[in-house]
Ligand binder design. Structure first.
Ligand code: DGP
Length: 112
């Protein structure tokens, strides 16, 4: 499959890893939009939040259970923001479900 995040999950494309286990991977965004910008992905290919189902929602649960630890590992001691862009109107550019963890500075109060 020609998916950049599947390539990163498989170790075929290098990344700066923050955390990894059997189901998920967290790594630094190649184009950071905040002092700390980490992406968390399920290793299994899920194209976006629109493709979450009762069968695969365990991956989303696993990610959210791990986000506090990932944020700590990334040095985020004073809060952070989690964002998932879904589809064209949200400017999703990589069609593999991912959650942005953003922080390391005072973020604007409004996202849009
Ligand atoms: P989104 O626009 O929500 O689909 O965000 C995709 C993010 O993925 C974007 O912030 C840049 C990042 N990204 C794209 N390709 C790579 C890559 O090869 N490595 C890393 N580390 N990040 C990538």
């Amino acid at each position: 499959m020609d998916c950049v995040f599947c390539g990163i999950a498989a170790g075929k494309i290098p990344s700066k890893k923050v955390y990894e286990d059997e189901t998920l991977l967290a790594f630094h965004d190649i184009n950071p939009e905040a002092p700390v910008h980490v992406l968390v992905i399920p290793k299994q290919h899920i194209s976006s939040l629109d493709a979450v189902t009762p069968e695969n929602s365990g991956f989303v649960r696993a990610i959210f259970e791990k986000i506090p630890e990932i944020a700590r590992l990334a040095g985020l001691e004073n809060g952070y923001r989690v964002v998932s862009n879904c589809g064209p109107d949200a400017a999703q550019s990589v069609p593999h479900l991912h959650f942005h963890i953003l922080g390391g500075k005072q973020l604007p109060a409004h996202i849009v």
